[in-house]
Design a protein around this ligand. Structure first.
Ligand code: GLC
Ligand code: CA
Length: 537
């Protein structure tokens, strides 16, 4: 693989010329959730030296790019997606020198490293927010979104709008000191930055992006990339959930009026000068016509995005009903695959392929049958075949390659550590409606973000080789680790891991058909078979 920015001619076994393509189109990305990958020092928390110790495992698997979920200084209200200092490493993960060593280790092997860029919001502990909240005339006041209260007929104080946040409750928190509310689409610990403020944008580019690109990383997975621009009239959303004071309002703060301007600026000022690769998280944007402007090469915005229609299958809406499980037929999965495989055909855009990440349950538990070892193995291999043959850049999530499954349903709610899981559970409990509690617990057992966050299963030693025996992992190790682990599958020709090791080189060899092919769904309404073919372009 050439260096970033290089282009190479893609030829296949049958000498079909795909054309010159940027390197990242053919790359296999692998997402690491660092708290749960490999603990090097026995504190039960995964770390960067742990990742470094397994870099050859990733290299041998066929990974080209490592994506590390956030490792920055953070009070960990949302597992590091609440950054309090973009230039420091959260001490349990290691040091900045450890990151440099990991970057070098990747580069020595012809691999690349991308970091998670979380700049829709900071932590409340970030210096910028501390200054902003300190007084109404602080120069950084306008770096966040502050609004006065509303009052009802009885003089009772109300938030500026009725919007519901991702983690239940309102998007606004009252700040006693200056007597205004600040906006947070996620937890109150994650105040939204005000991208309409040009100084704030410049500081983001300099402080968070150039700082890391100057140290040699190769690009970013960009968190919540379509929420930087909000509507500025701050009006109530229509009431779609009469049981709640807080209403889903993505149309108020997603894909807002200046979003394409901001992303173009970010690309021009930072990504392009470094030839950095970018993959943006694009939620609440389920129509191809809305997605294309973000990924069209001519538009000069993002290289790729994650579109979520397929991975959200089974969830209720993204808000209050998210964890009320909605069964779906295979035909729905096939239709969504087809839409998002073909939407860039005839355009200059590009697509991504993924079925797992740190925000969803395990694919084999959601889309497969894990009721017997044989069905589990076949399901995971089917998913592997599906994913590794599709068009676009392929993203794998840690543990997917060994068929890691959801936490057992016998585990209690205490084992769910995620802020979203606990807030949805609490909301249901507070409603006093027992059937709602039951529905949410059932939904969490399938869909919770926790399932993908439990420790990686390396071997049969106590704690699955994630950490030393006797240590206390931050999340419980799955009961099945003696059966499902890397050591057991390595060298076993019938294993899921060896299947991935076989498929990834085949994907590369026949890239004109798979990565760059034209996906054609056959027999779309057949609920028992998923059949598709590829034509080369
Ligand atoms: C993204 C992350 C998710 C996080 C949220 C807030 O969706 O993937 O884990 O909770 O952003 O930063
Ligand atoms: Ca550790």
């Amino acid at each position: 693989m050439g260096s970033i920015g290089d282009f190479h001619a893609v030829t296949d076994a049958s000498k079909c010329l795909v054309g010159k393509v940027p390197w990242w189109k053919d790359a296999v990305f692998y997402q690491i959730y660092p708290a749960s990958f490999k603990d090097s020092n026995g504190d039960g928390w995964g770390d960067i030296p742990g990742v470094l110790s397994r870099i050859d495992y990733l290299h041998e698997l066929g990974v080209d790019v490592v994506w590390l979920s956030p490792i920055f200084e953070s009070p960990q209200a949302d597992m590091g997606y609440d950054v309090s200092d973009y230039q420091k490493i959260y001490a349990p993960y290691g040091t900045i020198e450890d990151v440099d060593a990991l970057t070098s280790a990747c580069h020595e092997r012809g691999m690349k490293l991308i970091l998670d860029l979380v700049v829709n919001h900071t932590s409340i502990e970030h210096e910028w927010f501390k200054e902003s909240r300190s007084s109404k005339d602080n120069p950084k006041r306008d770096w966040y979104i502050w609004k006065p209260a509303r009052y009802d007929g009885n003089g009772q104080r109300l938030p500026p709008t009725n919007w519901r946040s991702y983690f239940a409750g309102p998007t606004w928190t009252w700040d006693e000191l200056t007597e205004e509310y600040y906006l947070h689409l996620y937890a109150p610990e994650q105040p939204d930055l005000n991208w309409d403020n040009a100084d704030c944008r410049k500081a983001i580019y300099e402080n968070t992006m150039r700082f890391w690109l100057d140290r040699g990383i190769d690009g970013f997975r960009i968190d919540t990339v379509n929420k930087y621009s909000k509507r500025t009239d701050f009006v109530d959303a229509p009431v779609s959930d009469p049981t709640s004071a807080h209403q889903p309002a993505p149309e108020m703060w997603c894909n807002g009026p200046r979003i394409h301007e901001f992303i173009r600026e970010m690309r021009q000022e930072v990504l392009e000068p470094y030839n950095a690769v970018s993959v943006g998280e694009l939620s609440n944007t389920p129509h191809p016509a809305q997605v294309l402007p973000y990924v069209s090469a001519a538009a000069k915005e993002l290289d790729m995005v994650f579109e979520f229609s397929m991975i959200r299958l089974g969830t209720g809406d993204g808000f209050g009903a998210k964890y009320i499980y909605q069964p779906f037929p295979l035909s729905r999965l096939k239709a969504l695959t087809s839409t998002w495989q073909t939407f860039v055909e005839g355009t200059d855009g590009w697509t991504t392929v993924f079925c797992e990440n740190h925000d969803n349950g395990r694919a084999v538990s959601r889309f497969g049958d894990t009721s017997s070892p044989e069905l589990w193995r076949r399901s995971a291999k089917t998913l592997a075949l599906w994913q590794t043959t599709l068009t676009g850049s392929l993203f794998l999530y840690q543990g997917q390659e060994i068929g890691m499954v959801n936490m057992p349903t016998t585990w209690g709610i205490d084992e769910y550590k995620d802020i979203e899981s606990s807030r949805f559970f609490l909301e249901a409990v507070k409603s006093g409606d027992a059937s709602r509690v039951e529905a949410i617990v059932g939904g969490l057992q399938i869909l919770a973000r926790d399932h993908s966050r439990i420790p990686f299963q390396w071997d049969t030693s106590p704690n699955a080789g994630f950490t030393v025996p006797g240590a206390h992992p931050w999340m419980r190790v799955h009961d099945n680790y003696r059966d499902i682990n890397v050591a057991r599958q390595s060298g076993d020709a019938s294993s899921i891991l060896e299947f991935y090791r076989t498929l990834l080189p085949l994907r590369r060899k026949y890239r004109h058909l798979f990565t760059h092919g034209l996906f054609r769904l056959l027999d779309p309404m057949n609920e028992a078979l998923f059949v598709y073919m590829f034509q080369s372009r």
